[in-house]
Design a protein around this ligand. Sequence first.
Ligand code: SAM
Length: 220
Amino acid sequence: MTTSSHQHPRSALDAESVRQAYRRWARIYDTVFGGISAFGRRRAVEAVNNLPGKNVLEVGVGTGLALPAYRADKRITGIDLSEDMLERARERVVREELCNVDALEVMDAESTRFPDNSFDTAVAMFVASVVPNPARLLAELKRVVKPGGHILFVNHFLAPGGARLMVERAMARASRSLGWHPDFAMESLLPPRDLERCTIQPVPPAGLFTLVTLSNDKPA
Ligand SMILES: C[S@@+](CC[C@H](N)C(=O)[O-])C[C@H]1O[C@@H](n2cnc3c(N)ncnc32)[C@H](O)[C@@H]1O
């Protein structure tokens, strides 16, 4: 996607470049990114734990850093495009003896194989700015989550202005090798109607990440 608008990421990441980027990241992901993102991940999983319903879909589950934090009565299905990242998640499930992880599968979050209304909750942590088409991701999560269920995103979103905006614009040129879009605006993910009704909570460090919670208001 190439556009001059600051509301849209400037350089495209297709599924193959995501796989390639995370093949490189898999081995060092937890060390490099695990720390800075820990608070946002913890907030998102706490929010999921406090929501009704037990069937949870985690899209872009990656190395499974969030898996140990889900309450024991939640049943987790994790999907990811990257087999290399999933391999780490599978090792974690065995190592930490996690009994509530039902499946970890290679699958595209924009086009899953799950029937409609399969889950009570779907959560995407640091994924929305990575997927090739965020609008398709949202549509797919709405499809697989039950009416009245919840969809959560925790992500870095483009700063509204100031020095951070300039840095993010400059970093965006490296999107393909980074494996995510530093210049990802919330409007790229949520249409105006969802933006109006979702809950938006900044999370530390320094409001760098944001937790977005959306109820699935499709007809029953
Ligand atoms: C920044 S990592 C986040 C991993 C994990 N959620 C976490 O909190 O550490 C982004 C993950 O999203 C995955 N991903 C990107 N696009 C995807 C898609 N269309 N479907 C499924 N997974 C995707 C990548 O392979 C990668 O594992």
